[in-house]
Design a protein around this ligand. Structure first.
Ligand SMILES: *Cc1c(COP(=O)(O)O)cnc(C)c1O
Length: 352
């Protein structure tokens, strides 16, 4: 794939304070831009990071044809930079694109462009333990037209931002039984911008009550568990690991979720993907069998849950340092990423 590259005159990489990285506050020297016009992807360009200029009539601002992904690159203990499972993010991006009547982004642009961008800005990948370069691919409709119709022109971009060690303070979770994130037939399985817009008010409301995040439930009975904010959810019930299945089209198919399931199964732990109700979780809790509960996602990787609030009751989880399963899987994923154990699944894609 031909990519036109115009480099910055002087890198800003040395301006980042490696001991105090604030997520999402600084962006690396370059970004990738590719436009889709008349049914054809134009030659991608890697250019200095900076503002873009668009018409106020640009369709995505008004009607929200806008999707994104979240990926991370790591510097391993041998000093090599590698991206975690980018092809899986490309596949999911194209699933989101289809549902929002947007074009697929081919692998040579999505993955190939990402590799070139990260290779060029490899000085921006922090090398301390637990740190990474967060990669944000996204696409939005750029027709200059305010009638409501599927757009014809689109822009795909990738920006990157250094991410520090994520301190996973066990979270307090509110089981949401008023608002709905996703409904069968809707766009819950996509990383569409609008899904997050709809969650902002419920997020503010539960924060005001002292909780960190919502645990979303189904929109019909508010009984079946879906997922947390931007994370999939797992429960350790007795000696089994249980997570909601993806068949309803209301849950985002996390790459971290898939990685956790594969690693646990490989270790001989029973993992069930099936519908789970909040009542079942409560029953296990009162039997003393709710052992661990955690969210999974690219940003936090494994986020332990300290307590679940539901309908006037608080279910408190045991202390996190006693958790066998999630602590093992969190460490194992980190060891794969930093090259400390063999990457038997070929999840790490080296950039050079
Ligand atoms: C991104 C996201 C996840 C986690 O997906 P990963 O691929 O593991 O990062 C889960 N749920 C929602 C709603 C998300 O947006």
């Amino acid at each position: 794939m031909n990519i036109l590259t115009s480099k910055v005159e002087a890198s800003r990489a040395n301006e980042v304070d490696a001991t105090n990285i604030q997520f999402g506050k600084s962006y690396s020297d370059h970004m990738l831009v590719a436009d889709y016009i008349d049914g054809v992807w134009q030659t991608p360009q890697i250019i200095p990071y900076g503002n873009i200029s668009i018409s106020p009539a640009t369709t995505f601002i008004h009607y929200g044809q806008s999707i994104f992904e979240g990926v991370k690159a790591y510097k391993n203990i041998h000093g090599e930079v590698a991206i975690f499972r980018p092809k899986d993010n490309n596949k999911r991006f194209n699933i989101s694109a289809e549902r929002l009547a947007m074009p697929h982004v081919p692998e040579e642009i999505f993955v190939g462009g990402m590799k070139e961008l990260v290779a060029l800005d490899s000085d921006w990948v922090p090398n301390q333990d637990g740190c990474s370069l967060y990669i944000r691919p996204f696409m939005f409709a750029i027709d200059e037209f305010i009638g409501v119709k599927p757009a014809e022109k689109f822009r795909f971009m990738i920006i990157t931002s250094p991410a520090g060690q994520y301190y996973n303070k066990p979270t307090k979770i509110y089981v949401q039984d008023k608002y709905v994130r996703a409904f069968p037939g809707g766009i819950g399985f996509t990383k569409a911008a609008g899904n997050y817009a709809a969650c902002m008010l419920p997020m503010l409301e539960v924060k005001a009550l002292g909780y960190d995040q919502n645990l979303w439930t189904d929109g019909i009975e508010h009984k079946y568990i879906h997922e947390i904010g931007t994370m999939n959810v797992f429960f350790v019930l007795g000696d089994k690991v249980v997570t909601p299945d993806l068949s309803g089209g209301t849950i985002l198919a996390g790459v971290t979720r898939d990685s956790v399931i594969k690693l646990l199964k490989e270790k001989g732990i029973t993992v069930e993907e099936r519908p789970i109700t909040i009542d079942e979780i409560r029953e296990y809790y009162y039997k003393g069998e709710l052992k661990e509960a955690f969210g999974t996602g690219t940003a936090a990787v494994i986020a332990p849950i300290a307590e679940l609030y539901y309908d006037g009751q608080t279910l408190e989880l045991p202390p996190v340092d006693e958790w066998q399963i999630s602590n093992w899987v969190a460490k194992h994923i980190a060891d794969i990423r930093y090259g400390k154990v063999e990457d038997t699944h070929h999840w790490m894609m080296k950039v050079k």
